[in-house]
Write a protein that binds this ligand. Structure first.
Ligand code: DGP
Length: 115
């Protein structure tokens, strides 16, 4: 999508603080981090959200990227949270599928993203 900010970051049209990249996904630091580690894992191809017929290969690439991001940032040892906000009630503000990877501090077990 030409006007999608995450498409532009994924294609390197707009630079970002990248943590990981492969053929299918990129991972970069969130602009407004809610925890010491807050990375977004984003497929390079545009999908509106997790319900948008995402191919299994891309879902596997997202899972792999989460694993690599956790290892690179050290939160694989302490634990972390993955969240994908979906739609308006889910609090999705950027309508290009992304998974928040949050960690680096104790997160509230009963709260949502970053709380
Ligand atoms: P969500 O509300 O789940 O759609 O999360 C969108 C996240 O994207 C939010 O935490 C802020 C982040 N974000 C928005 N624009 C940019 C940007 O241009 N660069 C980066 N690195 N993050 C962004």
């Amino acid at each position: 999508m030409s006007d999608c900010i995450f498409c532009k970051i994924a294609n390197h049209e707009i630079p970002s603080d990248y943590v990981y990249e492969d053929d299918l996904v990129v991972a970069f630091k969130d602009l407004n981090p809610l925890s010491p580690v807050h990375v977004l894992v984003v497929p390079k191809k545009h999908y509106d959200n997790i319900t948008d017929n995402v191919p299994a290969e891309t879902l596997a690439a997202i899972a792999h990227a989460i694993e690599v991001v956790a290892q690179k940032t050290g939160i694989d040892k302490t634990g972390f949270r993955c969240i994908t906000n979906t739609g308006d009630d889910g609090g999705q503000s950027v309508h290009h599928l992304h998974v928040h990877v949050l960690g680096g501090r104790k997160l509230n077990p009963t709260a949502g993203e970053g709380e």
